[in-house]
Each structure stands twice: as C-alpha cells, then as structure tokens.
Design a binder for this molecule. Sequence first.
Ligand code: PRP
Ligand code: URA
Length: 210
Amino acid sequence: MLSTVHVISHPLVQHKLTMIRDAETGPKDFRELLEEISTLMGYEVTRDMPLEEVEVETPMGKTRGKMIAGKKVGIVPILRAGLGMVNGVLRLIPTAKVGHIGVYRDPDTLKPVEYYCKLPVDSDERQIILLDPMLATGGSASAAITFLKQRGVPSVKLMCLVAAPEGIEVVQRDHPDVDIYTAAIDEKLNAQGYIIPGLGDAGDRLFGTK
Ligand code: PRP
Ligand code: URA
C-alpha cells in the first residue's frame, strides 16, 4: 500500500505559499515566509503524535493530563534549501535534535549526489521529519530517505512546500512507508527538472545566490 500524501490546505499556509511563489518576493521575505509556513505545516505533521496520561498537580489540586509519548523527534533538512524550514519546526519542538543531509542535483543528469551526512547519534530511535521545500523529480528526497534508513532510522515523514506529481510518485514507489506533507501539488516539471509553476530555485531564492 502506498503512503499518504497530506496536502495542507489551511488558509494561512495557502496565503503565505502564494506570497512565497511571487517572483518579486526577495530573500528576506522568502526566509520569513518559509519559516512561518514550516511552523504551520509542522502543526499538521505532528498531529498523530501519541499521547500518554500523566498526573499533574495544579495550584488547586491533582488532576490528569496528557503529554507527548513515543519516539523523540529528529529534524533533518536537506541542504541547502531545507535549512530554511528548520527554525519553523524547532519553534514547535524545541528539544528536537537536528541532523543534516547534503544532497545536490547534478544539473546534467538530475541525479542526486550526497556530499554530507551528520545525524543525531540516537537517530535509530527517533521519528525523523525530513525537510526540503521542493519535491521535483523526487531524486534528492528518495536518496535522503535511503541514507536515513541505511543508518537505522525507523520512521520518516517528508515535509515539503511544493511537490510535483513526478516526485510524489518516485518517493511513494521507493518508500511506500513514508508519508508526504506538502502545501501544494503543482502541475508538472519542465525539461530542466524545475517545478511548474513552482517558485523557482528555492536555495537561490532563500540565500540570494542568483
Ligand atoms: C533543490 C531542492 C531539492 C532538490 C529537488 O536542491 O532544494 O533538494 O532540488 O529536486 P529533485 O526532487 O529533482 O531532486 P538543489 O539540488 O538545487 O540544491 P541546493 O538546495 O543546494 O540549491
Ligand atoms: N529545485 C528547486 O529549487 N526548484 C525546483 O523547481 C526544482 C528543484
């Protein structure tokens, strides 16, 4: 059975997504919007976190409440553009540990090339949220998930901003256990592997490198 694709249709996410798509949005606003959207999407990504009942003593007496149980969370951005989503998710889960995977797309073959991987030592016990704003051919995300699994990570959720149908298909084919969270499923890829209409090159827009 294939994994679930969750499209986050919350009006605040959709509003900010339209702003971030705008070619006139510069790096400062792009960064702020990406961080804000990541917080809002993080709310949905963590919706199924298990809870346990605990006892708590209020100033008025004892009662029972609920607290998050189960696996601890790890956040792993795919460099570079995933970096722009880290602080937004950390705002929700400030104790999460953060790993990094460096993958770039070879511009000629469009195949992913790994150049860096540093994960929390106890990643094999964590629920990993993998961050990358763009799911285009799916090569980078699929390769990153494979690296995580090779290092013993038991459970991965992929959080992106804009996904192409082609990328969703590749991740679902390669990793049917990984749920995908996205703010939009766009129309298609162009011949250079860019998402249409997308938002352009996320890394360049985030860091002002073009
Ligand atoms: C972009 C983006 C994704 C990847 C998506 O990164 O941030 O990681 O492309 O494309 P794919 O689904 O076809 O693999 P890029 O390779 O441009 O590297 P950068 O973030 O360092 O600019
Ligand atoms: N990477 C990007 O940054 N943008 C795209 O549209 C495709 C891949």
